[in-house]
Design a protein around this ligand. Sequence first.
Ligand code: NAD
Length: 339
Amino acid sequence: MTIIVTGGAGFIGSNFVFHMLKAHPDYRIVCLDKLTYAGNLSTLEPVMDNPNFRFVKLDICDREGVYKLFEEEKPDIVVNFAAESHVDRSIENPEIFLQTNILGTAVMMDACRKYGIQRYHQVSTDEVYGDLPLDRPDLFFTEETPIHTSSPYSSSKAGADLLVLAYHRTYGLPVTVSRCSNNYGPYHFPEKLIPLMIANALADKPLPVYGKGENVRDWLYVEDHCKAIDLIIHNGKVGEVYNVGGHNEMKNIDIVKLICKELGKPESLITYVTDRKGHDMRYAIDPTKIHNELGWLPETKFADGIKKTIQWYLENQKWWKNIISGEYQDYYKKMYSNR
Ligand code: NAD
């Protein structure tokens, strides 16, 4: 079995590569990644010498390059993680989100049609459902919840999802889609909430929290997400969407306070900054379908997952310090200097 994993030098993709090489030692895993600011080859160092692993630097929008790779590798399965993934960046510059997230998805699926495939899996997000009000804790996103996006990022992901389902209906492409909640864990790029707060707290720098920090997210440990995708690509029904959530809702401000507590840092580091435009209030996933059909449940309690994550950032400071010392600093200053 050969699996092409796009975006495998990013946060969830790399964790998925590690999971698959361990869980299926007889599989060949080919990682295709453009290495944008969010992709980091050093993340994949632990598996670079594994004979079952190959890394290819490639843009999913590069049709010729993608077709050539399919000719060489004859993949059985494609799992598409590659995306521009940061909402704030999509507000600054939507165009690259449309290119990679929609057109790139079309290129990958065209290659699947041309060369034949057992399964194309699209990794999507609960953000395609928009948000839920804070005063209705009884409401959850199901697979039937209408698409109702808020940001250029989520709109581009929703566009891709619709295209994937249309390729199934129109061309009979054997697809599945998963929509998951916020992931956390090792190798998370330090512009995202949890790693940003850990990195800043360790440096005694201000902890920038949007608005009042009341926004609620449903946090899922990345390994649990990888296990869910592993199940879906093997046992999920073709043409179906599966929601993947942690049943673990927390306010952003409570996460930041917890990180302060775990690191022994004062809450006075917390600085409230102007809210994100169109900021979604609450995401909450109902994962009943994947539980009933595939027996998946999140295994990691948040209390354990956050401890493991903090420990990882403490032990791997070289990894994230290298990232935040470069180009990212200019972006960071631009985003937070005037707030
Ligand atoms: P990430 O930003 O950490 O990684 C994205 C990877 O894609 C990077 O390695 C980058 O180099 C690569 N990439 C970007 N454009 C590319 C292109 N044109 N061609 C090839 N590679 C390209 O993202 P992530 O957090 O790991 O998210 C992975 C997927 O999961 C995305 O599709 C995202 O929408 C989805 N998702 C993420 C979360 C989350 O909490 N992180 C939640 C729900 C869904």
